[in-house]
Design a binder for this molecule. Structure first.
Ligand code: UDP
Ligand code: MG
Length: 348
């Protein structure tokens, strides 16, 4: 892997002259209402940055007019390139695709709905110049998000902090700046299950936070339904912690201890007491249901891990690309860690 990375960095040094200094990656799923305002605000920030900037819009299988708007932006502004995934692959995968294609020395990820204010980027760039390889944005407050979302996010990040093997900073999202070295490592990581803020924490290097207040979504509906958020939470817990597996061992030990205690009690009552309090069907039913459910929960936990092993061993590419615009042909290939070839892409 070292060899691969050093080759990559040699190549990137050679290309540095024509490569942009900054890459901004924005995943887009049905964001037709926000794209014009997003471009308006982001282009102001792009003009302020010192160096060549590329804006990579990743269309994640939108069903509305997003792709059309993206194409128009690409035609009117040469700094805008885009790729359009062949279907909806989900936020984390869309961002991964953008990372695979980005060429900048500093790569910035942000959401399309302006909940991650682009105006924070210059501050992140300052930190990068000071020598930090990862600058992540940390939410101080979530404005106008429902109590349930705020409460569940609060609980989840604390739980993750307790359980995960790496220290994933609480209240951070994917909004961050990463140095080319970190992006190279991220791109070389082979796993299919990509929880980017976790992988980013795992990689290490010098990391720091910039604080911000999270604005409400600019327009449109939240694209992360409860189901998607829940599945992201579960994925991250399982990808970064083996504690749930250990939980089944603990549950097993606990119920074994309870069974032993019961056996001793029953024996005692049988031998020394006339009227044993443990009689009848109800007790047996409770014991059966209790043990049955403990076993099912443990099986479920095992299943979660095995399912993910299955996903990983299949070794499928992370995504398929239907159309790209603004990338040179040479950058189309080698993209995913599995070296999958994304062929027959419509180039615009
Ligand atoms: N998004 C995506 N694919 C999806 C869902 C969301 O690319 O399947 C994008 C969406 O367009 C937005 C970002 O991911 O740019 C975050 O989505 P959203 O704002 O709905 O979620 P939040 O993080 O605010 O809950
Ligand atoms: Mg949002």
């Amino acid at each position: 892997m070292n060899c691969k990375l050093s080759l990559g960095s040699q190549k990137s040094m050679k290309n540095a002259a024509q490569n942009p200094k900054y890459s901004l990656i924005i995943p887009i799923y049905n964001e037709e209402e926000t794209i014009p305002e997003l471009y308006h605000r982001i282009s102001k920030v792009m003009n302020r940055l010192d160096g060549l900037v590329e804006l990579i819009l990743v269309n994640d299988g939108s069903q509305d007019r997003s792709l059309k708007l993206i194409r128009e932006l690409h035609q009117s502004d040469s700094r805008v390139s885009y790729l359009s995934l062949a279907r909806n692959f989900g936020h984390q995968t869309a961002v991964t695709a953008g990372l695979n294609f980005a060429r900048g020395q500093a790569v910035i990820i942000l959401d399309a709905d302006l909940q991650d204010p682009p105006e924070l980027i210059p501050e992140m760039v300052d930190k990068w110049r000071q020598g930090y390889e990862v600058v992540y944005a940390q939410r101080l407050k979530r404005k106008q998000e429902g109590w349930f979302k705020r409460f569940s996010a609060y609980l989840f990040y604390r739980l993750l902090k307790r359980l995960a093997d790496v220290n994933i900073p609480a209240d951070t999202g994917d909004f961050c700046l990463m140095d080319r070295r970190v992006v190279n490592v991220l791109n070389a990581m082979p796993e299919n299950n990509r929880y980017i803020r976790g992988l980013r924490a795992w990689i290490g290097f010098r990391q720091t936070a910039v604080k911000f207040e999270r604005d409400p979504r600019f327009a449109g509906e939240v694209k992360y339904t409860f189901r998607k958020s829940f599945s992201l939470a579960l994925n991250s817990l399982i990808a970064f912690s083996r504690v749930p597996l250990r939980l089944s061992t603990y549950l097993g030990l606990l119920s074994a201890a309870a069974a032993l205690l019961m056996a001793l009690l029953v024996l005692y009552w049988r031998l020394y007491q006339q009227n044993s309090p443990i009689t009848g069907l109800a007790t047996i039913m409770i014991a059966i249901f209790f043990l049955g459910s403990v076993q099912l929960v443990c099986l479920g936990i095992l299943g979660e891990y095995i399912g993910r092993i299955y996903e990983e061993v299949k070794g499928r590419p992370l995504y398929t690309v239907a159309e790209i615009g603004g990338f040179k042909d040479s950058t189309i290939y080698h993209r995913t860690p599995q070296q999958s070839l994304i062929s027959d892409v419509r180039q615009h």
